[in-house]
Design a protein. Structure first.
Length: 95
């Protein structure tokens, strides 16, 4: 049940991350929290299977921090690719 605390923390922190990253108008508001929550779940579960207990601070730091880092990178890449695609489309139609 402790995984829920990590997932809620990751989701809540990533909402703020959405607003800190550039080109937020080019993506949905739920993209960053969804990526962060899924990444946190995978990291937390993998570390639990590796034998790290809930009392270990590295479990929490790695799962929440890793999930936020993955979400930040993925969200930034999505925004950059989308921005470049939109620029190419605007040039193609002459706008």
């Amino acid at each position: 049940m402790y995984i829920l605390l990590a997932l809620i923390a990751s989701c809540a922190l990533s909402i703020g991350l959405h607003f800190l990253l550039p080109h937020r108008l080019l993506r949905g508001v739920a993209v960053t929290p969804a990526i962060a929550t899924a990444s946190t779940a995978v990291i937390y579960t993998a570390m639990q299977w590796a034998g790290i207990s809930e009392g270990n601070g590295w479990l929490w730091l790695a799962s929440i921090g890793g999930g936020l880092l993955i979400a930040a990178l993925a969200t930034y890449l999505i925004a950059v690719v989308r921005h470049a695609s939109d620029q190419k489309t605007q040039q193609a139609i002459g706008a």
